[in-house]
Design a protein around this ligand. Structure first.
Ligand code: LMR
Length: 352
């Protein structure tokens, strides 16, 4: 036999074998059932973007929530967490949520105030004498009213997560008396109440996204800022600011929000799993946040890079007196009912 004929015979035999062994199932019978494939088809992925580090109350809450959801849904729902502003920073995350590019965010209250001015209520200075007062406000009518104001903007508020009280830091001198603020510039979150707070103290302000605070403070384009201990620690602000006053003058926490059309379209059992995991995470982070802020304050003290002072009771009274008019100034914009509720709560928790 000629070599060409032999080669052709081999090719023909090879093709027959391939049809019989390799391609047969697809030609003659349906694919066998594959559990993995049908699971994947039903899988729901939720992109959750936030701006802080993983070792902060919000960073830890996000991971805890993602794990709970995976467990409860047997991996049917996946929460993909994007920390540190790696996807979107403050000025863009609300718009990205509304467009549906991401499904979930947890901004600090101030960052919602441009869309939903009622959230300015939570920036009022000295509104909450302690964490219990914050919890009562957010778990009750105040929290429900605030969440309802998000709906017309295509956002669904599903939980509140704790961080803690804000402290003042700066690079020039200890901030004890209101007059110590004169001439300084402070980085603030985008909130008219926060701008007015510093204006009443004689200071200037600049809205700066969280991801750019360190650079601005380090390069001295702002002299100071206000934040929780966990943010001052995780952003290493304690290395580039010389003074910190433990003032607890304001509160920083998070509204956990979904894109509303996305939330509304989720099957009821999926919404139930998410809500259960959110509620459990709110309780969990409530306990963790206090501890994290306490431990990280110790770390900052150990680093020895800042002078740290407690605000004295007399100085606290002077700050409060100067800042009290903000309640009247913002009564209309926030809504009279909400401001009145906050005042009542404050009086109840401040009573000796
Ligand atoms: C800030 O911008 O200072 C904070 O809102 C950051 C955060 O999310 O805790």
């Amino acid at each position: 036999m000629k070599p060409a004929v032999i080669i052709s015979l081999f090719v023909l035999l090879g093709l027959c074998a391939a049809v019989i062994i390799g391609f047969r199932p697809s030609l003659s019978s349906p694919l066998p059932h594959d559990d993995e494939q049908s699971g994947l088809k039903e899988r729901i992925t939720i992109k959750f973007s936030h701006v802080v580090a993983e070792n902060t109350p919000k960073g830890l809450a996000a991971e805890h929530f993602a794990n709970l959801v995976a467990q409860k849904s047997q991996d049917r729902i996946e929460i993909q967490v994007f920390p540190n502003g790696m996807l979107y920073s403050d000025p863009t995350e609300v718009d990205a949520l509304k467009r549906g590019d991401i499904q979930m965010i947890a901004p600090a209250y101030s960052k919602l105030s441009a869309e939903a001015p009622a959230f300015l209520a939570l920036d009022l200075p000295f509104a909450f004498p302690n964490q219990q007062a914050v919890d009562e406000a957010l778990q009750g009518d105040i929290g429900r009213t605030l969440a309802s104001t998000l709906e017309e903007h295509g956002m669904k508020g599903v939980a509140y997560w704790t961080n803690g009280f804000k402290q003042m830091t700066d690079n020039r001198k200890p901030l004890h008396k209101p007059e110590d603020f004169a001439g300084l510039t402070f980085r603030i979150m985008p909130s008219k109440v926060l701008a007015s707070q510093f204006a009443r103290l004689g200071a200037k302000t600049a809205f700066i996204p969280f991801t750019e605070v360190y650079r601005n403070v380090e390069q001295n384009s702002v002299g100071g800022q206000e934040n929780t201990i966990s943010n001052i620690y995780s952003k290493r602000l304690y290395k580039v600011q010389s003074f910190m006053t433990l003032s607890n003058h304001g509160y920083l926490g998070y509204a956990v929000i979904f894109n509303k059309p996305f939330w509304d379209k989720l099957p009821a059992d999926v919404r139930r799993i998410l809500q259960e995991a959110l509620d459990e995470t709110s309780l969990w982070i409530g306990m963790q946040a206090r501890e994290i802020n306490k431990l990280q304050l110790e770390e900052i003290r150990k680093a020895g890079t800042m002078q740290i002072d407690e605000l004295s009771e007399a100085d606290r009274q002077s700050w409060m007196q100067i800042l009290e008019p903000l309640y009247g100034e913002y009564d209309k914009e926030i809504g009279h009912g909400l401001v009145a509720e906050i005042r009542k709560l404050r009086e109840r928790y401040s009573a000796p």
